[in-house]
Design a protein around this ligand. Structure first.
Ligand code: ISL
Length: 551
């Protein structure tokens, strides 16, 4: 296995807007992240990924960039960014930033020029099409509701936007676009950032035929958008001209990518990207905003698939991010077994083969928010999709029920630091978004005081993982793929074997451990009564028991 720093570290994603408000305007900021670096260091975090910090009108909370070389005014100044980056490096931490170059904001200077006239020098920075017999250029849809085409008054032509109409897609066919992107990448890399998370990077190549999507494809357009013909060309060029020049990591958000493309994009021999985020695990049972039931064997199969890669590929492992519900609500039991199931999920994430990506609040077992009305949501995806829902004769109540499982807003409620107003996120009671009222029970301050807290479980596990290369690099083997409640797998290293047993259920299970060695040693368990070593291959597992042993 080709050892790399980014294979051995644990990454922590910060959504700056909701992380910590240092300047008291009710919005999280860069100074707030700087003030919390020691907290992240204490947790054992080596690398931080921050969601977009660039100047933006915030139509999509920063994923609509107006100026790539300017810091969003709500988050602070370029000096604040430089101080944050410097502080990270002083603390031997790395900082990855979010590269959003499939699209810009419609308020970006390039787009203001491009839309103004058909012969403007920037016209071909974006994708313009005329209407066809009075109709839209084609039937492509936006992820935020409606058509992916928006007509402009200046020239009567339509521009393409896979996301909101305030997020026009860049035309990567145009080499001036690509060179401009490489220039802005170098700007941040020359400052010393340690890599990029690349937003929907698999969408940057467009099928130049602009053919209609079939009815089947319309159900999941991302699968077609991620199959553009020149993706490999562009990624290889980006790697050759920029990425290969620096000691950094590139992780591509690969929404909609198929297995074959994924295997090529993240194959180190292909010189494209280092890592990719796949969504089949985090979106298990999901059909857009709908949440369907799923069974544990389905989840185990997905973990097996992603870990079954060879030595030229390295997976990412994550159960949370800013676009998905919180893992303890999505995969655990956020009610009577909240802390226990949160620890089980911590063990699942941190004992896998691959780079673990944690998300703010996961380390203290933060849960989904209970939304009582659609008006409470901030996310434009919720509002944009409502029109489609109503058009399909689905009631608002049904939509709200599912949003309470699936909405991106569950992960955007304010980080819960203390049992104080606004959860200690801000001194200002007029915060930009909601705080979960359960901050009284679930907050950093209480977690730090409690040696048996979710935080300290994560901290212990992260510390252990960083000391054991076998737990990082060893192969993964699911030992009981069909069991309906138990997730049991081993990591067979050169020096020792790690065996993980997870009871993914509210029920007690008497379990026969498939692989047993009486000379074993308990590494960690979320059940204080578990003894220091397992004497028999039969073990009584209480609801949500999780343990790792080595032999
Ligand atoms: O929720 C999703 C995946 O779990 C998708 O709807 C999501 O929009 C998709 O993964 C792309 O996400 C990225 O690009 C969007 C932005 O809204 C998301 O926050 C970002 O992560 C447009 O930039």
């Amino acid at each position: 296995m080709n050892p790399k720093w980014w294979k051995e570290q644990v990454v922590y994603q910060v959504y700056p807007r909701s992380f910590f408000d240092a300047d008291g305007d009710g919005i999280g900021d860069l100074k707030g992240i700087l003030l919390k670096l020691d907290y992240l260091k204490l947790l054992g975090i080596d690398t931080i990924w921050i969601s977009p910090h660039f100047d933006s009108p915030n139509d999509d909370n920063g994923y609509d960039i107006r100026d790539y070389k300017k810091v969003m005014k709500e988050f602070g100044t370029m000096k604040d960014f430089d101080s944050l980056l410097e502080a990270c490096h002083e603390k031997s931490m790395r900082l990855i930033i979010d590269l959003v170059v499939n699209h810009t904001s419609d308020e970006h200077a390039w787009f203001i020029e491009s839309r103004s006239s058909k012969d403007n020098a920037y016209r071909d920075f974006y994708i313009w099409k005329e209407e066809v017999n009075g109709n839209l250029p084609n039937n492509w849809t936006s992820f935020f509701g409606g058509s992916a085409w928006e007509k402009t008054t200046e020239t009567g032509a339509y521009y393409l936007h896979y996301f909101s109409k305030k997020q026009p897609d860049l035309n990567w066919e145009n080499d001036k676009v690509r060179e401009s992107v490489y220039d802005l990448m170098r700007y941040w890399l020359d400052k010393g950032v340690d890599g990029f998370r690349m937003d929907v990077i698999t969408f940057i190549s467009k099928d130049q035929g602009f053919l209609n999507l079939s009815n089947e494809e319309l159900k999941a357009p991302e699968k077609r958008y991620a199959k553009g013909p020149k993706l490999a060309t562009y990624l290889k060029e980006m790697n050759r001209k920029v990425l290969a020049e620096y000691d950094i990591v590139s992780v591509g958000e690969a929404f909609g990518i198929d297995k074959e493309t994924m295997m090529r994009v993240s194959d180190e021999r292909e010189q494209e990207l280092d890592l990719v985020f796949l969504f089949d695990i985090i979106r298990i049972g999901r059909d857009d905003w709908l949440q369907n039931d799923w069974a544990l064997p389905q989840l185990k199969k997905l973990f097996k698939n992603q870990s079954k890669t060879d030595r030229f590929h390295w997976p990412t492992v994550f159960l949370n991010n800013h676009d998905n519900p919180r893992s303890v609500s999505n995969f655990g039991n956020a009610k009577e077994y909240r802390e226990k199931s949160a620890k089980l999920l911590a063990l699942l994430t941190l004992s896998q083969r691959g780079t673990p990506f944690l998300y703010q609040g996961e380390e203290i077992g933060m849960t989904n928010f209970h939304f009582s009305s659609i008006d409470q949501f901030d996310d434009l995806q919720v509002k944009g999709t409502l029109l489609k829902v109503l058009k399909n004769n689905i009631s608002k109540e049904t939509y709200l029920t599912h949003l309470n499982y699936t909405s991106r807003d569950h992960s955007r409620t304010l980080m819960q630091w203390k049992n104080q107003p606004q959860g200690g996120f801000s001194e200002n009671k007029n915060t930009w978004f909601l705080v979960n009222p359960n901050f009284s029970d679930i907050n950093v301050e209480d977690n730090l005081k409690n040696s048996d807290s979710v935080f300290n479980f994560y901290k212990t596990l992260i510390s252990f993982r960083k000391k054991s290369k076998d737990l990082v690099y060893a192969d993964y083997e699911d030992l009981d793929p069909d069991h309906p409640q138990i997730f049991c797998y081993q990591r067979v290293g050169r020096k020792q074997t790690y065996l993980v047993i997870l009871n993914f259920s509210d029920t007690q299970v008497n379990y026969k451990i498939p692989v047993f060695n009486p000379k074993n040693h308990l590494i960690i368990s979320n059940n204080k009564n578990k003894i220091s070593c397992i004497k028999s291959n039969y073990i009584d597992l209480e609801p949500w028991d999780a343990l790792m042993i080595k032999f």
